[in-house]
Ligand binder design. Structure first.
Ligand SMILES: Cc1ncc(C[n+]2csc(CCOP(=O)(O)OP(=O)(O)O)c2C)c(N)n1
Ligand SMILES: [Mg+2]
Length: 267
């Protein structure tokens, strides 16, 4: 909501939501998840490596932290070309401990590159809690020694996220250099299908769901306002329809032809 056409987005493997938010079709996301021709990376990138040049979405990256340097490079390109585009680089609390993040921070501030670093602090990196892995767990402070301003944000409140996003993007667009946003959020599920999440209690997960789920918060605010339960049910049904349609599309779409093995490898 805070970006304009031409601004770039890059993130890690947890990319499906970002892509939908950036205006990519549910069909394209679902077909890529299942490795089909109609997928956003033509079925060759899979869940972790989705990409859309048209929407200025540069992936989907499987190497933890790599997108931070690449995102800084996108911002460098903006500066070099003299446009006023801003790059958004998303990464996790675990990725925030990678060395290349700090090399990127240094260059970004030194050259006043227009990049918003969005640290999604969901409290876990695979099975490791932030408190076990991070000497400084206030991630908004991670840019202090480079003079990069940062802000801690309630990432479960869409209004706070939008307001902070506007501030950070405006800062970068005005030529002030990078900005760090720590989005405080939570990972409900295990890291992957093979993660039974035994490193935390069921109560902890349930408490976050109950107290601060971002969608429930919006729902409750709408209900307290002028929106009826029936209207919300209609929206739910519409979303369900989009999901079902995209699953159907993906299942019917063929896999890439073997002749495509060497195409689109480098752009
Ligand atoms: C360089 C590198 N090291 C390790 C891994 C294995 N790995 C995949 S995800 C992950 C945890 C990352 O956690 P975080 O940055 O907090 O992101 P989250 O999954 O919580 O969104 C690890 C260690 C990897 N993909 N790349
Ligand atoms: Mg994490």
């Amino acid at each position: 909501m805070t970006l304009k056409p031409g601004d770039q987005v890059i993130t890690g493997y947890r990319d499906h939501g970002h892509m939908l938010a950036c205006g990519m079709s549910a069909n394209g996301v679902m077909a890529e998840l299942t490795g089909r021709r109609g997928g956003l990376s033509k079925g060759k990138g899979g869940s972790m490596h989705m990409f859309s040049l048209e929407k200025h979405f540069y992936g989907g990256h499987g190497i933890v932290g790599a997108q931070v340097s690449l995102g800084t490079g996108l911002a460098f390109a903006n500066r070099y070309r003299g446009n006023d585009n801003v790059a958004l680089a998303y990464f996790g609390d675990g990725a925030a401990n990678q060395g290349q993040v700090y090399e990127s921070f240094n260059m970004a501030e030194l050259w006043k590159l227009p990049v918003v670093y969005v640290i999604e602090n969901n409290r876990y990196a695979m099975g490791t809690a932030v408190t076990r892995a991070s000497a400084q767990s206030d991630f908004s402070r991670r840019g202090i020694s480079f003079n990069i301003p940062g802000k801690q944000v309630d990432g479960m409140d869409v209004r706070a996220v939008k307001a902070a996003g506007e501030e950070a993007v405006a800062w970068c667009r005005a030529g002030n250099g990078p900005f760090i946003l720590e989005m405080q959020t939570y990972r409900y599920r295990g890291h992957s299908m093979s993660d039974p999440a035994k490193y935390r209690t069921r109560e902890e997960v349930e408490k976050v769901r109950h107290d601060s789920d971002p969608i429930e918060q919006v729902r409750n605010r709408l209900l307290a306002g002028k929106v009826s339960e029936d209207e919300l049910k209609k929206i739910d049904a519409e979303v369900r329809e989009i999901v079902n349609e995209s699953a159907d599309f993906a299942q019917k779409d063929p896999e890439p032809d073997p002749s495509e093995l060497w195409t689109d490898v480098y752009r």
